[in-house]
Design a protein around this ligand. Structure first.
Ligand SMILES: C[S@@+](CC[C@H](N)C(=O)[O-])C[C@H]1O[C@@H](n2cnc3c(N)ncnc32)[C@H](O)[C@@H]1O
Length: 199
C-alpha cells in the first residue's frame, strides 16, 4: 500500500511540475523533478555535525526537500525559498514543520529579512541558474556563501556542461560532482565554497 501511495504521489508531482513548467518555463527550467538518486547525491554534501539550519532554493514539488529530510535533517532545521505560489501551497501541505518563505532567491537579503536564522550549514539550490544573467548568478553565489559558516557549501543543480558560475580567484572555488545520468535531463552539481579568508 505504501508503495502504491508513493507511485501515486510521484505521478501527481510529475504532473504538477510539468504544469508549472508549461506556465513558467524559464523559472521552472525542467520538465521533471530531480530524481531520487540525484537528490541523494546533493544532500550528501550537507556537512555532518552542524546544528545550523539548511537553506533550500527553488524546492518546486519537493524532490530535494524530501531527500534532505530523509537524510536526517529535522523539519525545523530546514528553510526553503520558493517563488511559485502553486508549488508553495503544495509544499506547505506536504512537509509539516519546514519553513517555506515565498520570495525571490536572487534577493536573499529580502527573502530572509523576517527570518530569525541568518547563518546556514549549507545552501542547496535547484534554481534553473542557466536561465538567468551571469551577474545575477554570481551575486547569488556570493550572497549564499556569505550566509554560511566558513567552508559551508553552496550546492547548485546544473544540466549544462560548464560551471553555471566560474570560480572566482580570491572569492570562491567551484567543483563539480559526478554526472547523474538517470536524471531527466542528466544532471550534476557544482559545489561552491569560500576561499580561505572569505566569508
Ligand atoms: C528546476 S525547478 C527545481 C525544483 C526542485 N528543486 C527539483 O529539483 O525537482 C526550479 C524551481 O525554482 C523555482 N524558482 C525559479 N526562480 C526562482 C526565484 N527567483 N526564487 C525562488 N524560486 C525560484 C521554480 O519555481 C521551481 O520550483
Amino acid at each position: 500500500l505504501a508503495n502504491a501511495r508513493d507511485i501515486r504521489d510521484r505521478v501527481a508531482n510529475d504532473f504538477r511540475f510539468l504544469k508549472g513548467w508549461m506556465t513558467q518555463p524559464r523559472s521552472v527550467g525542467s520538465i521533471k523533478p530531480t530524481s531520487e538518486q540525484a537528490a541523494r547525491l546533493m544532500v550528501s554534501l550537507i556537512p555532518a555535525g552542524s546544528d545550523l539550519p539548511v537553506l533550500e532554493l527553488g524546492p518546486g514539488t519537493g524532490a530535494i526537500t524530501k531527500a534532505i529530510l530523509a537524510a536526517g535533517v529535522s523539519p525545523e532545521r530546514l528553510v526553503c525559498i520558493e517563488y511559485n505560489a502553486g508549488f508553495l501551497s503544495h509544499l506547505k501541505k506536504s512537509f509539516k514543520g519546514v519553513t517555506f518563505l515565498q520570495g525571490n532567491a536572487f534577493d536573499l537579503k529580502s527573502a530572509l529579512a523576517n527570518h530569525p536564522h541568518q547563518k546556514f550549514a549549507a545552501v542547496l539550490s535547484g534554481l534553473p541558474l542557466l536561465n538567468f544573467p551571469m551577474a545575477a548568478r554570481t551575486k547569488l553565489v556570493e550572497d549564499a556563501i556569505g550566509l554560511m559558516e566558513q567552508g559551508g557549501p553552496y550546492v547548485q543543480l546544473c544540466y549544462g556542461p560548464k560551471a553555471p558560475v566560474p570560480a572566482k580567484a580570491g572569492g570562491f572555488s567551484a567543483t563539480p560532482t559526478k554526472w547523474v545520468l538517470g536524471n531527466i535531463p542528466p544532471a550534476r552539481f557544482w559545489v561552491y565554497r569560500a576561499e580561505c579568508g572569505q566569508a
